[in-house]
Design a protein around this ligand. Structure first.
Ligand code: G6P
Length: 369
């Protein structure tokens, strides 16, 4: 088992550290930034259907649902096509309005999640086109889809998903860019810029992983907190949700992810000197707004841990702890900003002496409804 873990203590941390490679593998053969080209073999023949879709509905569960949420922001912005993101379990039971002209994208690491599988089967019967984004080749969801694109994260053993998530983000970004290009919804300059940005992600993730020891120290400082709040806006809102989910899964600490502005409508009541609030506050179009949200937390004596972009001179003067990540376009930033949150959950779990690879009550893939 020690050999399988490649010298790491747990599969989870091994898989976290694999991400520069697994993101690269998920882009490889598809993206060529130098040539300015993008090819998605598996779904190319559905490109017309995608660009003319009435709407795109993303169905998924758990961490894959969070990847879908990032994709909603991305595809709507790049392609100007309405996107909905649905929990597969809710979608399948509520007799949704779906039919020809709708494209369903099912996102699933295992490709075996029962709710997601049944959701796409019923949407298919109603005439929708189904695209699968799965990690496991030949899995049930991959087979039930009309076409798809695999993530190339390799086998994920840790029950809490890490490298599959960033691979999903990479592939969903490729899909969004492909459709935007086909539709003529993106300028050549922006297209090229995003290809370059995507290509640079693996290296920036590698740089972010160098923060491991620092994140471990932050973990030691906050590991006994009873609750955590995770806040972000825009592309970083789903990252906040994912950070909270990771912490819950691995450390059994209650955590909530929220859109930073929405906290005023409830969670702010929880803020006192004992509440750590993790802000995903990288430099993007929402940055100024997030800074005022941090002020609102500090005014109520909450402890702020902020994931920020290098060169930020404002938040370091406000936050209790900062984690500085490389600059990136906001569309690709979630692949980078989620890394410290995965590490934080991991280290808190380990410091609490928990079985981080196999958290209680959780299953790697949920094949029952
Ligand atoms: C389980 C796993 C999660 C995963 C979710 C969806 O809850 O523990 O890590 O995100 O299922 O799984 P899928 O294989 O469909 O992505």
């Amino acid at each position: 088992a020690a050999i399988e873990k490649g010298g790491y203590d747990h599969f989870m941390i091994k898989e976290i550290f694999e991400q520069p490679q697994t993101i690269f593998d998920s882009l490889r053969g598809r993206l060529d930034a130098k040539k300015g080209t993008l090819t998605m073999g598996g779904i190319r023949e559905y490109a017309d259907m995608l660009k003319n879709a009435n709407r795109i509905i993303i169905v998924a569960c758990g961490t894959s649902w969070h990847a879908g949420l990032v994709a909603e922001y991305m595809i709507e912005e790049l392609c100007r096509i309405p996107v909905e993101v649905e929990y597969a379990s809710e979608f399948r039971y509520r007799n949704p309005v779906v039919g020809p002209g709708d494209v369903i994208i099912a996102v699933s690491q295992s490709g075996e999640t029962a709710d997601t599988l049944v959701a796409i089967e019923s949407a298919k019967e109603k005439g929708a086109i189904i695209l699968g984004i799965c990690n496991v080749v030949g899995s049930s969801i991959a087979r039930a889809s009309h076409a798809g694109a695999y993530t190339h994260a390799g086998p994920e053993i840790g029950v809490a998903s890490t490298k599959a998530f960033t691979a999903q983000l990479a592939v969903l970004c490729l899909v969004g860019l492909m459709v935007a290009k086909e539709k003529g919804a993106i300028t050549p300059q922006r297209f090229q810029h995003l290809l370059d940005e995507l290509e640079n992600v693996p290296e920036k993730v590698a740089t972010t992983l160098e923060l491991n020891e620092q994140v471990k120290n932050i973990a030691a400082k906050y590991k006994d907190a009873r609750d955590f709040l995770y806040l972000g806006r825009g592309y970083n809102f789903p990252v906040a949700l994912e950070g909270a989910l990771k912490l819950k899964e691995i450390s059994y600490i209650h955590a909530e992810g929220y859109p930073a502005a929405e906290m005023k409508h409830g969670p702010i009541a929880l803020v006192d000197e004992n509440l750590p609030v993790v802000f995903v506050a990288t430099k993007d179009s929402y940055y100024e707004k997030v800074v005022s949200n941090i002020q609102e937390i500090k005014a109520r004596k909450g402890k702020v841990i902020a994931v920020i972009t290098e060169g930020d001179t404002i938040i370091p003067g406000m936050a209790d702890d900062i984690i500085v990540v490389p600059e990136a376009d906001e569309l690709v930033a979630p692949m980078i900003s989620v890394i410290p949150l995965q590490l934080l959950a991991y280290h808190i779990g380990v410091l609490k002496g928990l079985d981080v690879d196999k958290p209680r009550n959780l299953a790697k893939s949920v094949t029952v409804e």
